[in-house]
Design a protein around this ligand. Sequence first.
Ligand SMILES: C[S@@+](CC[C@H](N)C(=O)[O-])C[C@H]1O[C@@H](n2cnc3c(N)ncnc32)[C@H](O)[C@@H]1O
Length: 276
Amino acid sequence: MTMTLNAAWRSASRRIDRLDARLLVEQVATCTHADLIAHSTRTLSADQLCRFEALVGRRASGEPLAYLLGSAEFYGREFVVTPAVLIPRPETELLVDLAIERLRSLPNARILDLGTGSGVLAVTLARLCPGALVTAVDLSPAALAVASGNAVGHAVEVSFLAGHWYTPLGESRFDLIVANPPYVAHADPHLQGDGLPYEPRIALTDGVVGGDGLACLREIIRGAVTHLRPAGWLLVEHGYNQAAAVRQLLGQQRFVEIGSWCDLAGIERVSGGRLD
Ligand SMILES: C[S@@+](CC[C@H](N)C(=O)[O-])C[C@H]1O[C@@H](n2cnc3c(N)ncnc32)[C@H](O)[C@@H]1O
């Protein structure tokens, strides 16, 4: 059986979001949106149709579109994503904005990205700050393989290290540390919904039974004091209801200019401070 691109798109739009259906048709037919409009009577082969139906079925079951497409957009650039990495979120772009503001006067800054996942923060900062020296750490070797592929794809150099937060870094110190660590509490019901069961558990939650989700943030904030250069900045992403707790953690260490910043929805999602 074969089907025109347009018919396949319309038929899938009855089961999944129309835009998702369009992107999946374009993926299977290896065509652009313009091709889809101009050549909508082109047919999908039986093999393509079979692959398309399988993808639509997976999307209808809740599998995130980014894993089906194998890519996601972050800060205006495309990144390869696989189920080994968290799908980058728009609110994480706020971390980039805040980092860039602080790096303006530091053209050769040393930057550390903790929990790099797909490498979106490390790679984006390396692209935007060509003189910077960027290091990125993750516990997951599979995530690091995706991240280093993204660094090659975006033609930047990042030193990727495997290990637990600061452990692989020795005594190195940085001008700026960014981190989007796992911060969803282990018992949070959101972990069961909206595509999250498909994402790596290690990227979402610290796994502490009965915990508040802040175990990784506590460790990162404590360790930053010995891995920042004087006057260096730490910027961390956190949950929608964790800003006050994170500011308190920063206040317990030698941080000044402590603040929280809102995402586009007006929710405090990034907090940070400068080492005194
Ligand atoms: C929320 S994801 C962030 C990924 C990426 N930075 C982003 O913003 O899309 C958190 C990442 O932290 C990593 N991670 C979890 N525990 C870690 C640990 N103890 N040490 C280093 N990385 C860890 C996970 O593998 C995951 O890639």
